[in-house]
Design a protein around this ligand. Structure first.
Ligand SMILES: C[S@@+](CC[C@H](N)C(=O)[O-])C[C@H]1O[C@@H](n2cnc3c(N)ncnc32)[C@H](O)[C@@H]1O
Length: 360
């Protein structure tokens, strides 16, 4: 069913309020009123997309304003956005300040409404590190890793962060970005007791490659502001994690290619893998964005490389992808053999890891 822009604004208001952004929840209600009255919100948002919910048009609108606020061009919003050092309380109505910013920066909004929303969720690193630990325990080999749909490449640097389940640890113990035991749950979604991954089994990364159809270069100020603009301004914990991860990225270079996931993976795997290492292809919350041709090319590239894999040079496909409305899951397929193991359930932003894998 096709949705209208008004429905997209209303749905996004509910979803932001439920997902921990009361600031955006109430602001979107105000923008919905402006839209219904035929104001500048209607003028700019109508006609941008025939799928305003799917294309997250309200979030593009909000991110454009956030970007201006972060870069100093929207002082009235910055004064109330916590991400910019401002103060906001539930009694504050930001609609007038927002609409004033839109009116004063019309061209930026016209352009911003045509840019995809692109996040790189740092919190997903903890479940991915748990998956790499399982692979380390299974093969005992160093890792040759390839990430598709990497966005800004933050998760490709997962081993530069510190992880502690309370029972074991991995990563860089001196890292400024730390994942403490609260990220792992002690029970499954159906109430059974959950184990913890053995993080100590993580093996070193000997080569890392990454790609995205639209990569963001966070070595530049503009790239960092772009990434921050897509985080909701009252979600300070996520923003702090992102900022810390971006600082770490500045000192850990990454070969991040602009490429379609299927074509890139086929070409990289055809060029061979590191000898004596396990090749790990991984992604998180990417599959739903890939066209069928890309999914097919990616699957074929994995099957072809899987046929060449040996116990001394295995191949793993590790992915965190949607499982239900409430959570995603982490699965791994291993070659030789092609067996798939359900490793964990996890919240969409990486919290509430419920470890399910039997010990290797
Ligand atoms: C929701 S983001 C997830 C980013 C990152 N994996 C994370 O977990 O934070 C989806 C990513 O897939 C990328 N993407 C979409 N279509 C793609 C394609 N055909 N090939 C490669 N990347 C693609 C987008 O540019 C975006 O960075």
């Amino acid at each position: 069913m096709a949705h209208t822009v008004g429905q997209a604004l209303a749905a996004q208001a509910v979803s932001c309020a439920n997902a921990g952004s009361p600031l955006y929840g109430t602001l979107l209600e105000g923008l919905g009123v402006d839209h219904a009255a035929g104001g500048i919100t209607a003028e700019l948002l109508e006609g941008v997309s025939d799928r305003p919910v799917h294309d997250a048009i309200p979030l593009r609108y909000l991110a454009t304003a956030h970007r201006l606020a972060l870069s100093g061009a929207a002082p009235s919003l910055a004064a109330q956005y916590p991400s910019c050092g401002g103060r906001w309380s539930a009694a504050d109505d930001l609609t007038a300040a927002f609409l004033g910013t839109v009116a004063g920066n019309r061209n930026e909004f016209v352009a911003g409404l045509r840019r995809n929303v692109q996040t790189n969720e740092v919190g997903r690193a903890a479940v991915l590190a748990s998956g790499f630990a399982w692979i380390g325990a299974r093969y005992g080999l160093p890792t040759d890793q390839l990430e598709v749909g990497s966005s800004a490449g933050i998760l490709s640097r997962w081993d530069h962060f510190a992880y502690d389940t309370g029972a074991n640890r991995c990563g860089d113990p001196s890292s400024a970005l730390r994942f403490d035991p609260a990220w792992w749950c002690d029970s499954t979604t159906d109430g059974r007791s959950a184990a913890l991954p053995d993080l100590a089994a993580v093996r070193p990364v000997v080569r890392r490659r990454a790609s995205d159809i639209s990569p963001v270069d966070i070595i530049t100020e503009a790239g960092r502001t772009t990434m921050a603009s897509f985080v909701w301004p009252d979600q300070m914990a996520r923003l702090e994690r992102l900022r810390t991860a971006m600082q770490i990225a500045a000192t850990s270079p990454l070969d991040l290619q602009r490429a379609d996931a299927g074509a890139w993976l086929a070409s990289e795997l055809a060029n061979g893998t590191a000898a004596g290492a396990v090749t790990v292809v991984f992604h998180s919350i990417v599959w739903q964005y890939l066209p069928t041709t890309t999914r097919d090319a990616l699957s074929t590239a994995l099957m072809v490389a899987g046929e060449r894999a040996t116990e001394r040079n295995p191949l793993c496909w590790l992915r965190m992808e949607p499982a239900a409305a409430t959570h995603a899951d982490l699965r791994v397929t291993c070659w030789p053999g092609g067996e798939t193991v359900h490793l964990a359930d996890v919240g969409y932003h990486g919290t509430d890891i419920r470890w399910l894998a039997p010990p290797t």
